[in-house]
Ligand binder design. Structure first.
Ligand code: SF4
Length: 374
């Protein structure tokens, strides 16, 4: 992971309903108990402010930073946590706030605090940014009556956008033995968001995306232009008419999804993940669900870490199954965005990438010996 450099990646693409996001210091990230690394520069600044008596931690503890015993004085560290969260997090009856930010400003915050709740993919000519609904402010944005769409803007001065760096890599795979082009991938992403916007329900959105995946994944360069194939596959799916003639998707049941997710969470956090996925409430409104599906379809890490469009779809279908089961968007994203290992998820889901029948036929033709009868 890396902070994307300036220049060609100054183009920032995000989703319409997230474009008004700003931190309201709700404290979800500050009380999660996650280790917060603090880099050398902000650490030095914070230490100076503590020595000068300008900054006062919210929690009384002797060690504000966790450092390795052999580390030099200027080495990065972890901000210490108590049972109520980060030592700089102060919560009173009126509001939660970060003492560090209040005293020294946003620029003095650790990188992780400035980045949360952004989930970023850095591609060769753009930064794709979605948000995690673990943040209560983001959950509220999911309830706003804004149609899902991809919107573009320029990167703001000093804006911290760190994420999955694909700038030196290859575009996502169509299937295990075939890559897409970057243009085809962005075409796909934009069409998928339109399908989610126009589908009557989240279940219908998944069904339509599944049809598009199956219509496109068998593509071969000899078939013509991949972008045109994507347009053709999606054209009837963005209309209001229900698609017909294609097999409905086979979705995993909720127990399979939960077990798979917990299995991808590192040991110390498995209990937290399991508890989050056992909390069941009332299912959320369908428009909220579709916005969360869009938030996962866009800037999707599985598309880059996995082996094809079916794996991409499985990551979105998992969100759908959890929401259908009454798990709140916040708990879904706690596990999917913050606790599960993204590479482990992509490996777990890759079993869905069996070759389509057309490809198997083509492969069989390719291995036929010259003397074989026609
Ligand atoms: S440093 Fe501030 S923003 Fe970061 S976790 Fe601590 S209280 Fe929250």
């Amino acid at each position: 992971m890396t902070d994307a450099p300036g220049g060609p990646t100054d183009l920032v693409c995000t989703l319409s309903f997230f474009s008004g996001y700003a931190c309201r210091e709700r404290g979800a990230c500050c009380t999660a108990g996650w280790p917060i690394p603090i880099e050398r520069e902000p650490l030095a600044r914070v230490r100076r402010a503590l020595t000068d008596g300008l900054l006062h931690p919210a929690s009384r503890t002797s060690d504000l930073f966790v450092v390795s015993p052999d580390a030099p004085d200027d080495a990065p560290a972890l901000v210490a946590c108590t049972s109520t969260g980060c030592v700089f997090h102060r919560a009173d009856a009126a509001r939660a706030r970060c003492e560090l930010q209040r005293t020294l400003g946003v620029a003095a915050l650790p990188h992780a605090c400035r980045q949360f709740p952004r989930v970023v993919v850095a591609a060769p000519n753009r930064l794709s940014v979605t948000l995690s609904a673990f943040c209560p402010t983001v959950t509220e944005l999911l309830h706003d009556d804004v149609e899902p769409a991809i919107v573009a803007r320029s990167r703001a001065e000093g804006e911290v956008l760190t994420g999955l760096d694909t700038t030196g890599g290859l575009p996502p795979a169509l299937r295990p033995d075939m890559l897409m082009s970057w243009e085809a991938w962005w075409r796909w992403e934009a069409a998928a968001i339109r399908v989610i916007r126009d589908a009557g329900t989240s279940a219908e959105a998944i069904a339509r995306l599944s049809i598009a995946v199956e219509r496109v994944r068998g593509w071969h360069p000899a078939d013509g232009n991949l972008e045109e194939r994507i347009d053709t596959a999606f054209a009837p799916l963005t209309s209001c008419l229900p698609p017909t003639g294609d097999a409905p998707p086979t979705l995993p049941d909720i127990d399979t999804v939960v077990d798979g997710l917990v299995g991808c969470v590192p040991g110390p956090f498995q209990q937290t993940a399991h508890e989050a996925l056992m909390r069941r409430g009332r299912p959320v409104r369908d428009d909220v669900r579709r916005r969360l599906l869009a938030a996962h379809a866009f800037a999707n890490w599985t598309a880059h870490l996995g082996e094809g469009l079916r794996t991409w779809l499985r990551s979105i279908a998992s969100v759908h199954v959890l929401l259908e089961g009454g798990i709140a968007p916040r708990d879904v994203d706690l596990v999917l965005r913050h606790l599960a290992d993204p590479a482990a998820l992509a490996r777990r889901w890759r079993g869905v990438e069996a070759p389509p029948p057309a490809l198997r036929q083509r492969a069989r033709r390719a291995v036929k010996a010259p003397s074989d009868p026609e």
